[in-house]
Design a protein around this ligand. Structure first.
Ligand code: MSP
Length: 513
């Protein structure tokens, strides 16, 4: 029997007051995949959260004159508010300061130490005393600390190390025999050839130079390296090594870790080796996506291109933003973000294609049949093609979603709306009305409404608000996802609800005129 559970995660984010549209990218995609899997009948668990330890946070809190915990608490509220305004529905928001997470990380560290995979050694590095930071040779700028520009000195300190090298061969073998583990395939090759095969060194997994982290229980002046702490969230969130590990038993291994391309390395080297050492199964897939960039560059406050994503949501609506993030960029590649591109996508697809179709159809139904949906036996020569496209879309969406081709999945749903607009041009309902060809007119409007209903339900994982509003306007109770390969389930005799255009075209003033 097929295992119908699905566990999906985003990275846990560094608490930052400046969450930008790039951060929204991962989370909206994960939310849509999760909603889609739910519609497909899976018992899903969607995890997101925040990665709150580390020297940077400790310093920022010091500068702000508050404790690190106070500092992060405020930002976390901001993050949760952002996810809410994007209609992101997660099952747990884990914070690495949550006590259950802290306990699990301590147990993991101890277990790995007891079995000899973590050992005590000496770490030697270049240290900047005022910044309390270690740097590597290549990170230095003109031989000085990249943060403050002062001299660094070579310092050795006692530290714990994790035996990555011991697991290198097993990891290579696993990656080579599980082609789906690292996706897209270009990232798999990069990991194998550039990082793993040249040789893995044991990893320094404890720090003594600052205190904002999870203490090592058996040697309290050490805190756990932030990536060991952070990666453990994917299992601590499910109760691994805790009293109630029922969720862990049910959902682990993860089906999909979605991560940005720069952190694929941590998720496909350190993380699988941690799991091997813990004797746990590995996640089914780590998918490394590209970055959203603005004018070819990174998004940041210091570059002056930062805007709070909520500004866009207020201006254009949540689904306009979700649509852009899901539709514009091939999943896996880098992609541009700009307001002009957002507006042109919005106008072409949301306003002109789906918005216009729904509004025209409901207006005609009101005009010709007082807003009551009805059927007749009479057919038109264009029905078959329309019905064929509409009823095969669910299967097309499934095959695109199975390979995480999200823009393609959305585009196939929009094919329903494009085909329906063409059907209006072909059947010319206004001519049928003039000819008093009522039976044919009934068929045409019924087929349009049924196509819209099916399209709207298919849209629900991606644009939940739009989907609900279309179904509300049609006033249908027939909203099951399962039966979308059947045409003709829309009820007859019902009166549509009040309606207005769901997306108004955005007129852009041409500044040069
Ligand atoms: N805390 C670590 C993750 C630990 S997971 C065990 C981290 N946090 S982060 O806040 O810096 O980044 C979180 C995610 O946001 C990463 O996957 C990163 O790639 C993604 N993005 C940050 N800027 C982005 C864009 N401009 N575009 C797309 N994704 C972006 O890394």
């Amino acid at each position: 029997m097929e295992n119908k559970k699905y566990y999906i995660t985003t990275p846990i984010y560094y608490p930052s007051a400046n969450f930008h549209i790039g951060h929204c990218y991962t989370t909206v995609i994960a939310d849509s995949i999760n909603r889609y899997k739910k519609k497909e009948g899976y018992d899903t668990f969607f995890l997101t959260g925040s990665d709150e330890h580390g020297l940077k946070i400790q310093k920022k809190a010091n500068d702000a004159g508050v404790t690190p915990k106070e500092y992060v608490d405020e930002i976390i509220e901001n993050a949760k508010d952002l996810w809410k305004s994007l209609n992101v529905e997660y099952d747990r928001f884990i914070r690495t300061t949550d006590s259950d997470h802290v306990e699990t990380v301590q147990k993991i560290f101890k277990k790995l130490y007891d079995q000899g995979d973590i050992y005590k050694g000496e770490y030697t590095g270049l240290y900047c005393t005022p910044c309390e930071s270690f740097w590597t040779e290549t990170q230095l700028v003109d031989g000085k600390c990249p943060d403050c520009g002062r001299d660094v000195t070579e310092v050795s300190e006692e530290a714990y190390f994790f035996k990555l090298s011991k697991y290198q061969d097993r990891l290579v073998e696993y990656i080579e025999t599980h082609p789906e583990f690292i996706q897209p395939v270009s990232r798999k090759n990069e990991m194998l050839n550039n990082f793993i095969k040249p040789g893995l060194e044991d990893l320094c997994v404890s720090r003594t130079s600052f205190t904002w982290g999870i203490p090592v229980t058996f040697d309290e002046k050490h805190i756990v390296y932030v990536w060991i702490d952070a990666l453990s969230n994917y299992i601590s969130a499910l109760g691994y090594l805790s009293q109630d590990d029922s969720k862990f038993k049910k959902y682990w291994p993860a089906d999909l870790h979605i991560v940005g391309k720069e952190i694929v390395r941590f998720h496909t080297i350190i993380w699988p080796i941690m799991l091997m050492a813990l004797d746990l199964p590995l996640p089914h897939q780590v998918f490394g996506h590209g970055w959203l960039i603005i004018n070819g560059g990174k998004i940041s406050k210091s570059l002056g291109n930062y805007r709070d994503p909520r500004e866009y949501i207020e201006k254009y609506g949540v689904d306009a933003i979700r649509y852009y993030l899901l539709r514009e960029v091939p999943f896996g590649s880098d992609g541009q973000f700009s307001e002009e591109l957002l507006i042109s996508r919005y106008n072409a697809d949301l306003a002109n294609t789906v918005g216009n179709l729904v509004n025209r159809t409901l207006s005609m139904l009101t005009k010709y049949f007082d807003g009551v949906i009805n059927k007749s036996e009479v057919e038109t020569e264009f029905d078959k093609d329309l019905i064929n496209i509409v009823t095969t879309t669910k299967e097309n969406v499934r095959s695109y979603m199975d390979s995480l081709q999200i823009p393609e999945a959305l585009d196939s749903i929009f094919e329903i709306f494009r085909r329906s607009n063409k059907y209006i041009d072909e059947t010319m309902p206004w001519v049928l009305a003039k000819e008093e060809n009522k039976d044919k007119l009934k068929t045409v409007l019924y087929n349009l409404l049924e196509s819209i209903r099916i399209g709207a339900i298919l849209l629900s994982p991606y644009l939940p608000e739009t989907s609900n509003e279309i179904l509300r306007q049609i006033n249908t109770k027939e909203t099951s996802y399962e039966k979308l390969d059947q045409f003709g389930l829309l009820e007859t005799g019902i009166h549509i609800n009040d309606f207005k255009p769901i997306f108004m075209r955005i007129e852009v003033k041409n500044e040069s005129k």
